[in-house]
Design a protein around this ligand. Structure first.
Ligand code: 6R9
Length: 572
């Protein structure tokens, strides 16, 4: 695919320029930024909140929160006090101690953030869950982690099989008129009378911080454990990649149930002392643009699925709002289609910066940061201090422009510490040569830019040609009738696999055979004959995870009548 590179706009960015010498960047340089460098006392929550409450940022707004019924703001000093109270509540009524798992299963609200920070202050390991999880998904995670404490709402409690979870000792309920006993505790009333001073539990940098469960294509979801040391990279990427400055107002649209909603919805922005906007409730294009206008958002981190929905809502909506505060827009979670970048240039007059990373990697690794040229469709380049490569199945590095396994050299600060109670699974990520193997298929071009092709399992082999589903999907969404597309390989006796596309149309288009043929020709002419889908199926919606990933394995399972595997992370 030939593309024009987009040059950066003039700006004083924190990562000035990029050259290969940055690969040798020493993460130790970042350690000086933290108070533990001097004091030896480590706790991420202290660095994210309390430290700022002792400086000129004391009365700076740390959290702007808004949903249909609430509109609140909290300074760093108030965040310190609220999280201290939460820590005291957990300690007094939940017996929470260092290393205990405290799970949080509730919609976004200020209390969710107080609870996360309060638990971290006690050295507990936080397990955030999407509010939309149903009973089976909740049980799997609480059971595997042996969670001792759960924070939830009376409504969501119905989905917690409390009697089947022997390790679960205390449940904090966030709501009105809570009937208390030894097990069920009224979180809000306890918060009201709690002491705003608390003793922070100092930990080791390798002590547990957060447990994010992610689903693979088979088996039960696995618990990815991150430790306090990850703050080094949360902080530094918030500077380099999010380019957060003192005056920024930052909005990350991700829920804390997804790693993006913690690493960059909580840790990155607050470690850098940034004003952080959190919005509850469901996605609506008007509300999103209004959020940017009302808060004067300057840095915005979202996902391709959201950008595609905004694009689908049309450009007239954009014109109703003043979005002039925006200066830096980023994306994560799925490949960012060049079409979406072109749309962003048109409506925001800004480049959307793609970033690549995973739950397991804890923080951004391959990125487009503000000072570099963007090649639309590429994930960018490894950040300083990170070595990425394309390797074959034996662990040999491949030359540029060859598709293979996207791998990262071990040793970046935010790498997962282990898979909870499953060390063999953890070990299975690594290959000789200290390579962490991502499970993504990609290639690197001659300029060192990485191009995502699909999950390794998703890559299609048709008539001897390797086709990355993403390339085909990107071409498909360039067609004016198409809102979203998911592409899979379907077994074929002659060609090995053929390409099958599932397509959701934009409003106002009819699902006709003529349109199918037109789409096929569109891909054939625009991409390659062998990449044109032989089969096209229209669908109202595509199966997606809550973080917006098109679930190709589900499309494949439907197509082949196979079991779909774990669906707990699928959107309703
Ligand atoms: C942060 C996050 C990880 C998987 C990853 C890859 C896909 C994420 C991407 C991307 C293409 C990007 N992915 N970012 N693919 N371009 N910029 O998403 O973590 O939910 O664990 O997903 O998401 O396939 O391996 P997680």
């Amino acid at each position: 695919m030939k593309v024009e590179a987009l040059s950066p706009t003039n700006g004083d960015y924190q990562l000035k320029d990029y050259s290969d010498t940055y690969h040798s960047f020493d993460w130790k340089e970042v350690e000086r930024e933290f108070s533990w460098y001097e004091t030896g006392k480590v706790n991420l929550a202290y660095e994210a909140i309390d430290r700022h409450a002792e400086t000129f940022r004391k009365n700076k707004v740390a959290l702007y929160y808004r949903d249909a019924s609430r509109n609140e703001k909290y300074t760093f000093k108030e965040m310190k006090e609220e999280s201290n109270k939460a820590a005291n509540v957990f300690k007094s009524f939940g017996d929470v101690e260092k290393g205990d798992r405290v799970f949080i299963f509730m919609p976004r609200s200020p209390e969710l953030y107080f609870a996360v920070l309060g638990a971290i202050k006690l050295g507990a390991i936080v397990g955030p869950l999407f509010e939309a999880f149903m009973e089976g998904a909740v049980k799997d995670r609480l059971e595997d982690s042996e969670a001792k404490v759960l924070v939830t709402t009376p409504e969501l409690l119905e989905r917690v099989p409390v009697n089947e979870l022997p390790a679960l000792k205390h449940i904090f309920l966030v709501g009105e008129n809570i009937e208390e006993d030894e097990k069920y505790i009224d979180f809000l009333s306890k918060m009201e009378s709690a002491d705003p001073h608390a003793q922070i539990e100092w930990v080791e940098r390798t002590d547990g911080l957060i447990l994010h469960y992610t689903s693979g294509s088979t088996g039960k979801p696995k618990g990815v454990l991150h430790v306090h040391n990850a703050m080094i990279q949360h902080y530094q990427t918030a500077k380099w990649v999010l380019d957060l400055n003192e005056d920024d107002v930052y909005w990350c649209t991700a829920d804390p149930g997804w790693v993006t909603g913690t690493s960059y919805g909580i840790f990155g922005p607050w470690l850098t002392g940034t004003s952080n906007v959190i919005v509850g409730g469901r996605f609506k294009p008007e509300n999103w643009y209004k959020t940017i206008e009302d808060f004067g958002i300057s840095v915005w981190y979202s996902a391709p699925t959201a950008f595609r929905m905004l694009m689908g809502a049309g450009d007239d909506v954009v014109k109703k709002f003043d979005l002039s505060s925006l200066r830096h827009v980023l994306s994560v979670g799925e490949p960012l289609n060049p079409e979406v970048i072109r749309w962003g240039m048109k409506v925001f007059n800004l480049r959307i910066h793609d970033t690549w990373w995973m739950t397991e990697t804890g923080a951004q690794l391959i990125c487009n940061y503000p000072s570099m040229d963007i090649k639309p469709g590429s994930m960018g380049k490894p950040i300083p201090g990170v070595k990425a490569a394309i390797i074959d199945d034996q662990g040999n590095e491949l030359p540029p422009n060859r598709m293979g396994n996207l791998a990262i050299k071990k040793g970046w600060p935010s790498m997962m510490h282990t898979i909870w109670k499953n060390e063999p699974k953890y070990q299975s990520y690594f290959m000789p040569g200290d390579w962490y193997v991502s499970g993504d298929s990609a290639y690197m071009d001659q300029d060192g830019y990485f191009w995502f092709q699909g999950r390794v399992d998703d890559v299609i082999m048709t008539s001897g040609e390797r086709v990355g589903p993403f390339e085909v999907e990107s071409k498909l969404v360039e067609h004016p009738a198409i809102a979203e597309a998911g592409v899979i390989g379907k077994p074929d006796p002659v060609r090995g696999e053929i390409i099958k596309a599932f397509v959701a149309l934009r409003d106002g288009y009819e699902t006709t055979d003529e349109l199918k043929e037109e789409i096929r020709q569109f891909v054939k002419k625009g991409l390659a004959a062998h990449a044109a889908p032989r089969e096209i199926e229209f669908r109202d919606k595509l199966p997606k995870t809550r973080s917006g990933k098109i679930m190709r394995r589900v499309l494949k399972a439907w197509e082949l009548d196979l079991p779909t595997g774990d669906l707990s992370t699928m959107e309703d």
